[in-house]
Design a protein around this ligand. Structure first.
Ligand code: AMP
Ligand code: TRP
Length: 331
């Protein structure tokens, strides 16, 4: 029996945060025993906002190293750079021709980014979700593990798969998003109304996977809470709720049990302990990351092998698509 396929991607557009880890990457590793997993470093997506080329190169390798450091096994999963498999850009073009402008205009991520970057409103930002649909559909993907900020994009991928299938006959598998119940949205430490993002201008808003102990302690200490003064898990205390979620996800301790244990204890002590829980959780990841970054040949081997394998699967789908839309085969 064929195994089901999992596909996901992370942009090499900054250093990864614990939001990326909890919302997405942590789950990647747990899926690899049961599914055929493809984990991509989506560099084509990253250039929809201005990048310094040499930093982009460094970060792309960083994300690969962090994938492996977070437990993804390159012998089980396929790890590769999006730009190494041209079929992504090619399918994206075809899908563009069946995507309605109105659909893309409704994308909240686009609207957000458009508001923030009026002087660089490039067409790539607008068609970004189409490229993401191409990523997913090329591999006949069943499941896409992502944070819940990507729901609308996943819906578009499903919609485009169905539209293409209806117009040209059955070609794509219709994928499903896979959202992690609690970790689906880790919020900013400075403003619990917005998600934690590596592109936040305030670096106290996020914790990076590669932050050192002092930075973690400092950022947790400064995290915004409230003036209630009681440890409780409720929507009226969103800052605290977010911190309890993070505690729970790093320690694997149930929210209820954490709340009980800290009953009557001040925020100060809770935050101190939280910082240590995060530090301890990140330590093995950081050690493995540094080890891998000193073994670049090994990383190179991983992405080369990954691209070959990914390309084989991607080309099977792309050939079908080209045939269905009426292009003459080259051979
Ligand atoms: P990105 O950094 O935008 O490429 O996101 C990579 C993955 O991390 C995607 O699956 C996102 O949904 C997920 N992600 C990013 N930020 C968060 C967050 N604050 N909470 C949960 N998941 C997140
Ligand atoms: N848009 C995703 C994000 O910002 C990254 C991404 C690109 C992706 N292509 C993908 C995620 C395909 C899952 C599947 O987080």
């Amino acid at each position: 029996m064929e195994r089901k396929v999992v596909f996901s991607g992370v942009q090499p557009s900054g250093s990864l945060t614990i939001g990326n880890y909890i919302g997405a990457i942590k789950n990647f590793a747990t899926l690899q025993d049961e599914y055929d997993c493809f984990y991509c470093i989506v560099d084509l997506h990253a250039i929809t906002v201005p990048q310094v080329p040499k930093d982009l190169r460094k970060r792309s390798l960083d994300v690969l190293a962090l994938y492996v450091a977070c437990g993804i096994d390159p012998d089980k999963s396929t790890l590769f750079m999006q730009s190494h498999v041209p079929a992504h850009a090619e399918l994206s073009w075809v899908l563009n021709t069946i995507t309605y402008m109105g659909q893309l205009n409704r994308m909240t991520q686009f609207k957000d980014k458009a508001r923030k970057s009026e002087e660089n409103l490039n067409a790539g930002l607008f068609t970004y979700p189409v490229l993401m649909a191409a990523d997913i559909l090329l591999y006949q993907t069943d499941f896409v593990p992502v944070g819940d900020d990507q729901k609308q994009h996943i819906e578009l991928a499903r919609d485009l798969a169905e539209r293409f299938n209806n117009r040209y006959s059955e070609t794509f598998k219709v994928p499903q998003g896979l959202y992690n119940e609690f970790g689906a949205r880790i919020m900013s430490l400075q403003n619990p109304e917005v998600k934690m993002s590596k592109s936040d201008a305030d670096e106290n808003a996020f914790i990076l996977l590669l932050d050192d102990k002092d930075a973690i302690r400092r950022k947790v200490k400064r995290a915004v809470t409230d003036s209630e003064g009681v440890i409780a898990y409720r929507d009226e205390q969103p800052g605290l709720k977010n911190l309890i979620n993070i505690y729970s996800l790093f320690s694997n301790e149930k929210v209820e049990s954490i709340v009980n244990r800290y009953e009557g204890v001040g925020y100060g002590k809770f935050k101190e302990d939280l910082a240590e829980v995060i530090i301890e959780g990140l330590l093995p990841i950081q050690e493995k990351y540094h080890y891998l970054m000193n073994n670049k040949d090994y990383l190179e081997e991983i992405y080369k092998k990954g691209a070959d394998k990914a390309e084989y699967h991607a080309m099977k789908t792309l050939r079908k698509v080209y045939k269905k839309v009426g292009f003459i085969p080259r051979r």
